[in-house]
Design a protein around this ligand. Structure first.
Ligand code: GLN
Length: 483
C-alpha cells in the first residue's frame, strides 16, 4: 500500500479497493517501524488521523468524491495545528500547542486529507541540511549517513521513504526544492502570495511560501490544488483565481522555449550534476522544447543579499518569542531583562541566534543603508534579470543544487559553506517566482534534481513540463533500498 502515489490512492479509494482507515493504519504502522532510522517526524497524530480517515470514508459512502478525500499527508511542523504541538523545530516552541489551524491545514482538512503527523525541520526553517532541529538531525533514506536537505528535511525524508505519499513544506530560500532534489522527490514552491501564510510560523515574511512535496508532478498538482487560493487573513495573499492544476498536466511541450542560464554552469557545480542536467535538457528537446542560452547577470549577488534580507526579517519576526507570551520561559528570572535574555538564550539554538544577530546588525542605524538597503537593491536587479529572461523564454532550467546531499556534520563548522549551497534556489524567492525541482538522476547513489522556474502564477506550466518529463523518464520511480 505504501508505494502508491496520491493519484493512485485517489483511484483506489474511489474504486473501494481499500478504505482511508485501512490505509491510514497501514502507514502509521510503517512509520512506527521505520521512522526511528530517519527521525522525520516530531509528532504523530494517530488519534486525529484515524478520526479524519473514518470521517473521509463516511463522506465517500455518502457520495462525495475528491482527490484528497481520505488521502494521508503530514504537515511541516511550522504550520499551526489547533491543540497539537507546533514546535518549528525549536526548544522555544517545544511546549506550544497552536490555538488555531493554519489556513493551509484547514483547507486540506476540509478537502478530506488525513494528517498523520508533524514533520521535523531545521529550527525556524533556517538551514539546508535539517541538522539544526532541536529534535535532532533527519537522515536521508538514500544514505543514512547523509543529510536529507533542509529546512523541510522531515517532510522530504518521510515521503522519499514511502512513509506517506505527500507532505506540506515551506520554501524561504529553497527549502522545498533542495530537499526534493536530495531525496528524489518533486517539490514546488509557488508564486509568492499563491498559498496563504496565515498560521505558518514566519521566518522571513517576504520570502516564505508554502507548497507541496511529493513523488510526482501529478501529486504536486493534487496537493497544491488543496493549498492554493486567496486568504483575507494574509495581507500578502493574492486574489487570483486558482486554475485546475491537474488539467494543466497534459499539454504538449512542442515549441516550449526553455532558457538555460550560462551562469548556472560555472565553477562550484559538480560536473556530474552538470551532465545530468544536460541530459534532461536533451530529453525535453525530444519532447519538442526549444533550448536557448540566456543570462542572469546578477545571480552572483543573490546569496549575500538573501543572507542579509532573510536574517533581517527573522530578527524582527522572532522578537515575539520573549519568554512572556509564547513557548519557553527560563527558570527563576531575576527581573524582566534577565527573563528575556535567558529565555531567548536558552530557547533558541546557535543558528537561530546567529541569524538574529546578523539581522539586527544589518537593520541597525548606521548599517541599514550599507547592508539592508543595498540588499534590497540587489533583490530588484535579480527580479529584473528574470523579467528580461522571461521576455525570451517560457521556462528557465538548471540544477537545483550545486552538489548532492553531503554527509551529516560535514558543514557544521562552516555555516557559510552551507549558505553557498542555496545558490540556485534563493533567486526565485527574492523575485517571488514559482519554482519546481524534479528527479534527474543519481551521483554516487544520491539523487540529483533539475530546477524549473516560470513567470508569476505559471505553476501549471511547471507541473506540465515536469509531468511530461516524468511520463518519459523513470528517475522519480526509483525507491531507496530498505524502504
Ligand atoms: N537554506 C536557506 C536558509 O537557511 C533556506 C531555508 C528555507 O527555505 N526555509 O535560510
Amino acid at each position: 500500500m505504501h508505494h502508491m502515489t496520491l493519484a493512485e490512492i485517489a483511484r483506489g479509494l474511489a474504486d473501494k479497493k481499500f478504505s482511508s482507515e485501512e490505509l491510514t493504519k497501514a502507514l502509521l504502522a510503517r512509520i512506527a517501524q521505520l521512522d526511528p532510522q530517519l527521525n522525520s517526524f516530531i509528532s504523530l497524530t494517530e488519534e486525529l488521523a484515524l478520526s479524519q480517515a473514518k470521517a473521509a470514508d463516511a463522506r465517500r459512502a455518502n457520495g462525495e468524491s475528491g482527490a484528497l478525500l481520505g488521502a494521508p499527508i503530514a504537515h511541516k511542523d511550522l504550520f499551526c495545528t489547533q491543540g497539537i504541538r507546533t514546535s518549528c523545530g525549536s526548544k522555544m516552541l517545544d511546549n506550544f500547542k497552536a490555538p488555531y489551524d493554519a489556513t493551509v491545514v484547514a483547507k486540506l482538512a476540509a478537502a478530506g486529507a488525513v494528517t498523520l503527523g508533524k514533520t521535523n525541520m531545521d529550527e525556524f526553517a533556517m538551514g539546508s541540511a535539517n541538522e539544526s532541529s532541536y529534535y535532532g538531525a533527519v537522515k536521508n533514506p538514500w544514505n543514512l549517513e547523509h543529510v536529507p536537505g533542509g529546512s523541510s528535511g522531515g517532510s522530504a525524508a518521510a515521503v522519499a521513504a514511502r512513509l506517506l505519499p505527500a507532505a506540506t513544506a515551506t520554501d524561504t530560500g529553497g527549502s522545498i526544492r533542495q530537499p526534493a532534489a536530495f531525496t528524489n522527490l518533486t517539490g514546488l514552491k509557488p508564486t509568492y502570495g499563491r498559498v496563504s501564510r496565515w498560521g505558518m510560523i514566519a521566518y522571513a515574511s517576504s520570502l516564505d511560501q508554502g507548497g507541496p512535496l511529493a513523488r510526482t508532478a501529478e501529486d504536486c498538482a493534487i496537493l497544491l490544488q488543496g493549498m492554493a487560493g486567496f486568504d483575507p487573513n494574509d495581507s500578502t495573499s493574492i486574489d487570483e483565481p486558482v486554475p485546475d492544476y491537474s488539467a494543466s498536466l497534459d499539454g504538449s511541450l512542442q515549441g516550449l522555449r526553455i532558457g538555460v542560464p550560462k551562469e548556472y554552469f560555472g565553477a562550484g557545480l559538480d560536473p556530474r550534476i552538470a551532465e545530468l542536467i544536460h541530459n534532461s535538457v536533451k530529453e525535453l528537446e525530444k519532447l519538442g522544447a526549444v533550448i536557448k542560452e540566456i543570462s542572469l547577470p546578477n545571480m552572483q549577488h543573490a546569496i549575500p543579499a538573501y543572507y542579509v534580507i532573510a536574517p533581517a526579517e527573522a530578527s524582527s519576526n522572532l522578537s515575539r518569542f520573549d519568554g512572556v507570551r509564547f513557548g519557553y520561559r527560563c527558570e527563576n528570572p531575576q527581573n524582566l531583562i534577565d527573563l528575556y535574555k535567558r529565555s531567548r538564550g536558552e530557547g533558541f539554538g546557535a543558528e537561530v541566534q546567529r541569524r538574529i544577530m546578523v539581522g539586527a546588525y544589518a537593520l541597525s542605524a548606521g548599517y541599514y543603508d550599507a547592508y539592508y538597503l543595498k540588499a534590497q537593491k540587489i533583490r530588484r536587479l535579480v527580479k529584473n534579470d528574470f523579467m528580461a529572461a522571461f521576455n525570451e523564454v517560457d521556462i528557465i532550467l538548471g540544477p537545483t543544487t550545486p552538489n548532492p546531499a553531503w554527509k551529516l556534520g560535514a558543514k557544521n563548522s562552516d555555516p557559510v559553506a552551507e549558505y553557498l549551497e542555496d545558490v540556485y534556489t534563493i533567486t526565485a524567492n527574492l523575485a517571488g517566482l514559482p519554482g519546481l525541482s524534479m528527479p534527474a538522476g543519481f551521483v554516487d547513489g544520491l539523487p540529483v534534481g533539475v530546477q524549473l522556474l516560470a513567470p508569476y502564477f505559471q505553476e501549471g506550466r511547471l507541473l506540465n513540463v515536469a509531468h511530461q518529463y516524468q511520463l518519459n523518464s523513470d528517475w522519480h520511480t526509483r525507491t531507496p533500498t530498505g524502504f
